[in-house]
Design a binder for this molecule. Structure first.
Ligand code: FAD
Ligand code: NAD
Length: 474
């Protein structure tokens, strides 16, 4: 007889581990199966996000920002440091320590909540049985009333630039370079390309980013993307738009790239190449042929608005299903599914999921862009406010960027808030709260914001929607 649970979660990323903890909190007997192997060869819970995604990238972004500030921000404060150096061993080691702290923390949370962790590859069989294959090839089967699939995503590989994590790097490789590359090529000016490209640029690499599309950061609001592009160019990221890579050849300890743009064919050579052209849902070996769980044309597990697959007791969450590939989106789905299973009222509003890009300046948004609203024929009005007029930002010597608030032209309801500038990864939370409570621009405008803070830019942008910003002309 196989061991029986109320809930089995396959995948212990931010979607799966959160689902498992919430299910256990609700009194359900819960197991979580995960196959991720950490740098030490042992099971490492936390999935992409904790091991090779959100957390390690932010650790390196923060370290590299400190280094960059020494030469580029502190002199304006009258502080100078000569001969500053980076010890890459400590730089990478600090990141590894943080990763270990957090992945280990999930193990402790599992223990505290009585979630049983299994180490191995889980495969859903018909009848909600899960076969687990250990690293040594050993097999065992467990079963449950409900199974939550949370198998996440993996980087998309280009057929002519296969990852070897020596010369051609995926996200994991780009977080573990042991020598600052003199020349770093990046394919894809998306979130990973910009974040990790910034890390290595700040440490001194010459970074060339090849982006296939003609527009920069098409997912963001164009005004925000324009400001960001200018700042990234100032940082020294050489971003080439409309550039299509056609060849990547490893020779003489380097990678020779051939790409085409509107001016024709070009060749450049880089020491390392990061390929960050998007991620795909990962379901390899996850489903037996007869489970009835369906995949869509992009390989994502098909679910309804309650993350149910249509197969009795089988749910799916996180990067493996539709919607943005973001840790917090997956976590909220995990909580909601656990609550639905327990007969409670779960809730996820995909319309207010915030996006944050942790570059300098940071970029953040929630809700719709002007382009989307135009396409949908929704009438809107816009208010903006620059950080250049925010005392706190000027005091920090980081007065770059702006906040843009979009509200319905008739009802004033908040439809989208878009930001580029200092600390906007934190400022966006206010906009999300307001939007989640179906607030209006006037609501934001009437809230007292502390002075002097960066949040005054949100306040002023909301005032500016009705042309009554105080500290700028309207
Ligand atoms: P994952 O985190 O991918 O976890 C899935 C887990 O399931 C993995 O451990 C995998 O090994 C395991 N697994 C898969 N199949 C099986 C199986 N059959 N059996 C057992 N185990 C299995 N998002 C943000 O919100 N903020 C950020 O700052 C951010 N930064 C990022 C930086 C980088 C470099 C990358 C690559 C991603 C970043 N993301 C960020 C995205 C974020 O990492 C993902 O959205 C998030 O990890 C998805 O969570 P998940 O639980 O769905 O899947
Ligand atoms: P992305 O979708 O953000 O960007 C990929 C970029 O590559 C796009 O601009 C695309 O046009 C371009 N591209 C695609 N094919 C190309 C080609 N052949 N040549 C040149 N350019 C090409 O994908 P990503 O940067 O790989 O990140 C994957 C996902 O991980 C993100 O979309 C996001 O969901 C998540 N992520 C989030 C964060 C965060 O929240 N801060 C950070 C990193 C990753």
């Amino acid at each position: 007889m196989s061991e029986k649970f109320d809930v089995i979660v396959i995948g212990a990323g931010p979607a799966g581990y959160v689902a498992a903890i919430r299910a256990a909190q609700l009194g359900l007997k819960t197991a979580c199966v995960d196959a991720f192997v950490g740098k030490d060869g042992k099971q490492a819970l936390g999935g992409t996000c904790l091991n090779v995604g959100c957390i390690p990238s932010k650790a390196l972004l923060d370290s590299s920002k400190q280094f960059h500030n020494l030469a580029h921000n502190l002199p304006a404060h009258g502080i100078s440091v000569e001969n500053a150096k980076v010890d890459l061993g400590t730089f990478i080691g600090r990141k590894d320590k943080i990763v270990k702290q957090f992945t280990g923390g999930i193990g402790q949370l599992f223990k505290a909540n009585k979630v049983t962790a299994f180490f191995g590859k889980g495969k859903l069989l018909k009848g909600n049985n899960v076969e687990i294959t250990g690293n040594d090839g050993s097999k065992q089967t467990i079963s449950a009333t409900n199974v939550i699939l949370a198998s996440g995503s993996v980087p998309i590989e280009l057929p002519f630039a296969k990852f070897d994590n020596k010369y051609i790097l995926d996200n994991a490789g780009a977080l573990d370079i042991n020598e600052v590359p003199k020349r770093l090529g990046v394919i894809g000016a998306g979130v990973i390309g910009l974040e990790l490209g910034s890390v290595w640029r700040r440490l001194g690499s010459e970074v060339t980013v090849l982006e296939a599309l003609p527009d920069f950061l098409g997912v963001a609001d164009p005004d925000i993307a324009k400001i960001a592009f200018k700042e990234f160019t100032k940082l020294g990221l050489d971003i080439k738009l409309g550039a299509k890579l056609s060849k990547a050849e490893i020779k003489n300890n380097a990678v020779a790239l051939t790409y085409e743009d509107k001016d024709g064919k070009h060749e450049i050579t880089v020491d390392k190449l990061l390929v960050a052209v998007g991620r795909r849902a990962y379901t390899d070996g996850l489903l037996a042929d007869d489970t009835g769980v369906k995949l869509d044309e992009r390989g994502r597990i098909v679910v309804d608005e309650h993350n149910h697959t249509g197969v009795d007791g089988v749910w799916a969450i996180g990067d493996a299903v539709r919607g943005p590939m973001l840790a917090h989106k997956g976590s909220e789905e995990g909580v909601a599914v656990a609550e639905w299973i327990a007969g409670k009222a779960g809730h996820v509003n995909l319309d207010t999921v915030p996006w944050v890009i942790y570059t300098e300046p940071e970029i953040a948004w929630a809700g719709k862009t002007e382009k989307q609203l135009k396409e949908e024929g929704v009438p809107y009005k816009v208010g903006t406010f620059p950080f250049a007029a925010i005392g706190r930002a000027v005091a920090m010597n980081e007065a770059i960027g702006q906040v843009k608030v979009i509200a319905h032209a008739d009802t004033d309801r908040l439809l989208g808030v878009h930001m580029v500038g200092p600390g906007v990864s934190e400022l966006i939370a206010e906009a999300v709260v307001a939007m989640e409570f179906k607030g209006s621009a006037e609501d934001l405008a009437r809230i007292v914001h502390a002075h002097p803070t960066l949040s005054e830019a949100v306040h002023e942008a909301a005032l500016s929607v009705d042309k009554r910003a105080i500290h700028k002309g309207n």
